[in-house]
Design a protein around this ligand. Structure first.
Ligand SMILES: Cc1cc2nc3c(=O)[nH]c(=O)nc-3n(C[C@H](O)[C@H](O)[C@H](O)COP(=O)(O)OP(=O)(O)OC[C@H]3O[C@@H](n4cnc5c(N)ncnc54)[C@H](O)[C@@H]3O)c2cc1C
Length: 553
């Protein structure tokens, strides 16, 4: 498509900003932009706000960053007044919170639900985006913000016979709104990532029999979930300024926890074991923060991985099952570490069977069974806990055309390329929230979302105040950033795992380590410095320049 043919319709409604998605990213983006006086339209393909928490309604779904931290920090009143019930809130409560935020900050009138953005085309002559939506309409926008989510494009596996299965098939990432009752049913679940690990214990309690199909075992740490006491809530609330500052500026992953000052091999066996035991008892993601080199040094990592394998061995009574559940092929933490409630214990139940589909891949799904290794496992209902086309999947579904009609998918054919995870060269005035090349999924995502939203808000306000109408990542700055992201990733153990961070769960997807592993604190500092230098590495087009170019032509 030429720049000419993507010219915008003059009669279409025009907004300062179109935001795609009404999860935590899109909601906060809307709130900030409205506060600065911009006209904003949000499109959300779902029927309500909340994004992840609107779609992922599977049994056992809950956050794995503690709720007192997995929550917005932008409003002191909100964080003081909202009462989280448990250390890790369950999905319905997080969804209630999202709805509360939408009402409290009067966001709904600016959101059009049940409407997907299908295409965005940039008109170079007028520096404006034309946005096409699934209701057949087009609107114009000076800026587009993709708040489409990193884990929002549920991945349905391509398995022979799946369409012919007679019973119901559910995807954890697109779960029905009405309650699903597995009582008396033989249920199969494919996938043992975070969603599988959360849902297996709950489904097992209900189902007559549960067959778990596992390709790769995962390291999982007990959540030790429990109701929050008033004292615990108060402790956070009283210290929120310091806690939030720490999460933003000091912690690598946006989580307030102790910063280790020692490596795993600096301690003797007994001392190390005692520390791992203490963290195991405390539970949760911060298990990986016992030492400062677990993500960097394989020998150090082996000590933590070995400890978790031992715990699995002690918990699961059947030795063959325990062995299958013990991860051995990648370092601990290099795939997103899971947090569970009684996951490994569940395999001691008489009504649960584990099937290894690494050795015996699923050959076919029959109308009433899953066939692996020539054996048919009969089931009445099937759950796909097969994850997402992460980080780029939802962006790729939109037909985005930038300068010269180039599509973003063409540009990203060899892997996503961005400057700071915020913009991609050739696509002016198009921002990504928690895009590839930013800390994103390696962090407490609300911390990263708030940082990106604040940066984008400051940036478009700066442009408005100084009469700039287009902004674009410079190719050289982008190349340098992509190389830096890659270089930092390769100083760690992360690229050693076939993870969704690498796109490895999607056949044909380029293998590139997508998130920025340098840490949220250093990353924030880099973004702030770029802004302080007048958006270094971004080219700005002043309004005058276009007007005089138009007059000359
Ligand atoms: C089960 C689960 C548990 C998680 N737990 C944690 C946790 O404990 N801690 C943590 O930090 N992170 C967690 N995450 C990651 C989570 O995705 C983020 O924390 C956060 O909710 C992302 O918010 P978002 O607004 O960026 O994206 P999302 O919440 O994914 O919202 C994006 C929205 O965009 C919409 N959308 C996409 N494409 C289009 C389109 N073309 N047109 C219109 N609308 C569109 C989608 O429908 C979706 O509603 C979890 C993820 C999952 C799946």
């Amino acid at each position: 498509m030429s720049a000419q043919s993507s010219a915008v319709s003059k009669s279409a409604e025009t907004y300062d900003v179109v935001v795609v998605g009404a999860g935590f990213g899109g909601m906060y983006m809307l709130h900030r932009l409205r506060g600065q006086g911009f006209s904003v339209r949000v499109y959300e393909q779902g029927g309500g706000v909340g994004g992840t928490w609107y779609w992922n309604r599977y049994p056992g779904a809950r956050c794995d960053v503690e709720s007192m931290q997995y929550s917005y920090s932008f409003s002191e009143e909100l964080q003081q007044e909202w009462d989280w019930s448990e250390r890790y809130a369950p999905q319905p409560e997080i969804l209630r919170y999202a709805n509360h935020v939408a009402d409290r900050f009067d966001l709904r009138p600016h959101i059009q639900f049940d409407t997907a953005v299908q295409a965005c085309a940039f008109d170079e002559r007028n520096n404006i985006w034309s946005v096409t939506t699934s209701d057949g309409k087009k609107v114009n926008a000076k800026f587009v913000v993709l708040a489409t989510g990193c884990l929002s494009n549920a991945r349905k596996p391509d398995i022979k016979g799946l369409e012919g299965f007679k019973g119901p098939v559910y995807h954890t990432g697109n779960w029905p709104h009405e309650e699903v009752d597995f009582t008396g049913l033989r249920v199969g679940i494919i996938g043992t990532g975070s969603s599988g690990i959360q849902s297996v214990p709950v489904i097992a309690e209900q189902a007559k029999h549960l067959t778990v199909f596992q390709r790769t075992p995962n390291y999982s740490i007990p959540a030790r979930n429990a109701p929050l006491t008033d004292e615990e809530r108060k402790r956070f609330r009283d210290n929120y300024p310091a806690i939030r500052r720490f999460a933003r500026e000091v912690a690598k992953n946006g989580i307030y926890t102790e910063q280790p000052d020692r490596g795993a091999l600096d301690d003797g066996d007994n001392e190390r074991r005692a520390k791992y035991e203490a963290r195991w008892e405390r539970g949760g993601l911060t298990f990986m923060s016992v030492y400062n080199n677990l993500g960097l040094d394989k020998a150090a990592n082996d000590t933590a991985a070995g400890f978790v394998r031992e715990k699995i061995g002690e918990t699961v009574r059947d030795k063959a099952t325990a062995k299958l559940l013990q991860p051995t092929t990648y370092p601990i933490g290099t795939k997103r570490i899971c947090v569970d409630t009684d996951y490994f214990e569940t395999f001691n139940r008489a009504n649960v069977t584990l099937i290894d589909i690494k050795t015996n891949p699923i050959e076919e799904i029959l109308p009433e069974a899953v066939r692996t290794g020539g054996k048919d496992h009969e089931i009445d209902a099937l759950v796909l806990a097969t994850g997402f086309d992460a980080m780029t999947g939802s962006v790729a579904r939109i037909d985005i055309r930038g300068r010269g009609g180039q599509t973003l998918n063409q540009k990203w054919a060899e892997g996503p390329k961005t400057y700071l995870g915020l913009m991609s060269a050739g696509f002016p005035n198009l921002f990504l929230i928690t895009g590839p090349g930013s800390p994103s999924v390696l962090s407490n995502m609300i911390v990263s979302i708030e940082q990106h939203v604040d940066w984008i808000t400051d940036c478009v306000s700066y442009m408005r105040d100084r009469g700039f109408e287009a902004m674009e990542a410079e190719p050289a700055a982008e190349e340098k950033w992509v190389a830096h992201v890659n270089e930092v990733a390769h100083t760690t153990l992360y690229p050693q795992a076939n993870s969704w961070y690498m796109g490895a769960n999607i056949p044909g997807k380029p293998r590139i380590f997508m998130p920025y592993i340098g840490g949220v604190g250093p990353y924030r500092q880099i973004c702030n410095e770029v802004a302080a230098k007048g958006y270094d590495g971004f080219a700005m087009t002043p309004l005058r320049q276009r007007l005089s170019a138009a007059a000359a032509s």
